[in-house]
Design a protein. Structure first.
Length: 368
């Protein structure tokens, strides 16, 4: 049977899913390696396979997933590989064939997503080397936010800088697209309304949606903006960065390392970037990190509600959003002053969203 392989690289996870290449895309197999950079855990078809040492990186995780995918292949014939590509810049706003020219353009966006873009592209190159004739398709996290109104796109900067691509792009678009898809399918009475979706995981953001379309989001030009995250700082006074450069004499590379890899929950707690570890720790620092995260999330949810003129439903998704009930409760309690709104949990499924895009595009490609 023809099959579509989907690879989804996150900042601390890597997922692989295989779907049969037919209209309803039944899932054939899936594997995931989570908590990369901590005590990484590998599962295949929902069953634990192995624990890796803390030194495992995304490259090692990718090799392991590809090995298990090929081992499980049976009578599969891969028709296409779909990739979650974090940054599509101003050019890529729809699923795209990953040609050498496209890959070159995507490499220029690495400075805008240094934690993700290299990993995404490394997976593309690895597949191209082992299967040079296999169709590869990129699906972009920025695409869902492509058509924001100017007031939600721009920074208060001079036009000559805005004209050079300095603007708010937004991320987690594939996750939010899936949320919109599931609202129509399972909650049709809510789908046309004013929705704030909270993708809470090691990377975290919010999206204000009206009738299933993205209106505003918390992440900006890069994935550092908005909510505090596992290791990322979230929104911060730009003067802090200038102080680090000018007064503390830190190199730009060191500042980037601090803001991207040593801040957020791990910076606040000094314990871990993993919410499960923080909840189990119970230390004063861990509790403060959780309180800070929930407070910032609630504040930004209220901000997103302003962008869409109110709040009919709050949807939690992502690893924390789906599985950390105490986090959801704290955030909801902080928003109790608002007019009552629905609260939903929708399981993230970026892989199926990517598979649907790949099925559509690959089918178009093979038509005479």
């Amino acid at each position: 049977m023809n099959a579509i392989l989907v690879l989804n690289a996150g900042s601390s996870s890597l997922k692989a899913s295989v779907f049969e290449a037919v209209a309803d895309l039944p899932l054939l197999a899936s594997g995931r390696i989570t908590r990369i950079g901590a005590q990484a855990v590998f599962s295949w078809n929902g069953n634990p396979v192995a624990e890796f040492p803390t030194t495992v990186d995304h490259g090692g995780a990718l090799r392991e997933l590809l090995t298990w995918t090929e081992r499980s292949a049976n009578d599969w014939h891969l028709q296409a590989v779909g990739h979650r590509i974090v940054h599509g810049g101003e050019v890529f706003s729809s699923p795209t064939m990953l040609t050498p020219q496209v890959l070159h353009q995507l490499e220029t966006l690495i400075p805008l997503a240094p934690l993700h873009q290299p990993t995404c592209l490394a997976a593309v190159y690895a597949i191209a080397q082992s299967h040079p004739d296999l169709m590869q398709i990129g699906c972009f996290d920025t695409a869902f936010h492509k058509y924001h109104a100017p007031v939600f796109q721009h920074y208060a900067l001079p036009k000559y800088l805005r004209d050079q691509g300095i603007r708010r792009y937004g991320f987690h678009g594939l996750s939010y697209e899936w949320v919109a898809h599931e609202l129509v399918r399972k909650h049709p009475q809510i789908a046309p309304g004013r929705i704030v979706a909270a993708h809470l995981g090691n990377g975290a953001s919010l999206c204000a949606m009206l009738a299933g379309k993205s209106v505003d989001t918390t992440m900006g030009m890069t994935a550092l903006d908005g909510l505090p995250m596992g290791t990322r700082c979230g929104c911060i006074d730009p003067g802090v960065v200038l102080y680090m450069l000018r007064v503390l004499n830190l190199k730009a590379e060191r500042v980037e390392q601090i803001l991207s890899c040593e801040s957020g929950l791990v910076g606040l707690s000094g314990v871990s970037h993993d919410v499960q570890n923080l909840l189990e720790s119970g230390s004063t620092e861990a509790n403060f990190a959780i309180q800070f995260f929930c407070t910032m999330a609630a504040q930004h949810i209220a901000r997103m509600a302003v962008s869409i003129g109110g709040l009919d439903a709050l949807v939690f998704t992502g690893g924390i959003g789906e599985h950390a009930a105490s986090i959801r409760t704290q955030i909801k309690e902080m928003l109790s002053f608002l007019v009552p709104f629905e609260v939903l949990v929708i399981s993230a499924n970026e892989e199926r969203m990517i598979a649907e895009h790949c099925w559509t595009l690959s089918t178009q490609q093979v038509r005479p």
